[in-house]
Write a protein that binds this ligand. Structure first.
Ligand code: PEP
Length: 250
């Protein structure tokens, strides 16, 4: 049985006080068990949030990282630095990073491999634009992104990778893919993973849906056969709504 993973992507939001208040409100209510709650926070908040999350059912993720361990990369943060402070997960290839910061399938693959090399669990984001969807290119795009992201990983690493299917047209727009459409892409993505590994491996991979997920639509999304959680932006910013999303996974 796959676990349910609800990850809140704060993006570039919250002061340190707001971030720690959020943790104080959410930690006592995080259920644990088969449901994993992850907070994806700005780099500067990570040490304080990791400290707060110790011994709780909330995990802390970075929203990006460089693939090198160290070096002349001004402004960047390395996987070594993240594991050193106790971060466990990292978001890789979010569509905003692909669009504004020239993230490519190749750098996503390098970062995914670097995450595993340093004991971090990658949450790899994939998804199509509206134009690509309207041109029936969704699976070419998403399947290609997934294959490239997973290239060179061991079967064991593939089973531990979290894939976040996020149609770009649904991110921050209030437009959610219908749960059936989202599930269809997640199921086809699982087939793509099976093609490059095996059905048994693909069955173990957690595939999240992301794109305007909120308490009002999470139950229907999670009731689908191939949606194993959600990557959530806007609705993850308030503790009450994040807790409701996590509780939906129990
Ligand atoms: C995201 O940032 O990954 C996201 C899905 O945002 P939102 O939930 O606001 O659409």
């Amino acid at each position: 049985m796959r676990k349910v993973v609800i990850a809140g992507n704060w993006k570039m939001n919250k002061t340190l006080a707001e971030a720690t208040d959020f943790m104080d409100a959410v930690i006592p209510k995080a259920p644990g068990g088969n449901t994993e709650a992850i907070v994806c926070a700005p780099f500067v908040h990570l040490p304080a949030l990791v400290e707060k999350a110790k011994g709780s059912n909330v995990k802390v993720a970075a929203q990006n990282m460089h693939f090198e361990e160290s070096g002349a990369f001004t402004g960047e943060v390395s996987p070594v630095m993240l594991t050193d402070i106790g971060v466990t997960h990292v978001v890789i290839g979010h569509s905003e990073r692909r669009e504004y910061y020239a993230e490519t399938d190749e750098s996503v693959n390098q970062k995914t491999k670097a995450a595993f090399a340093h004991g971090l669990t990658p949450i790899v984001c994939v998804g199509e634009t509206l134009e690509q969807r309207e041109a029936n290119e969704t699976m070419n795009v998403v399947g290609g992104q997934v294959k490239k992201a997973l290239a060179g990983l061991s079967d064991e690493q593939v089973t531990q990778t979290i894939i976040a299917y996020e149609p770009i047209w649904a991110i921050g727009t209030g437009k959610t893919a219908s749960s059936e459409d989202a599930n269809e892409v997640c199921a086809k993505t699982r087939k793509v993973i099976a093609e490059v590994t095996s059905g048994d491996i693909a069955d173990q991979v957690v595939i999240q849906y992301g794109g305007s997920v909120k308490p009002a639509n999470i139950d229907e999304l999670l009731s689908q056969s191939d949606i194993d959680g959600a990557l959530v932006g806007g609705a993850s910013l308030e503790p009450e709504s994040f807790v409701q999303l996590v509780e939906a996974g129990t």
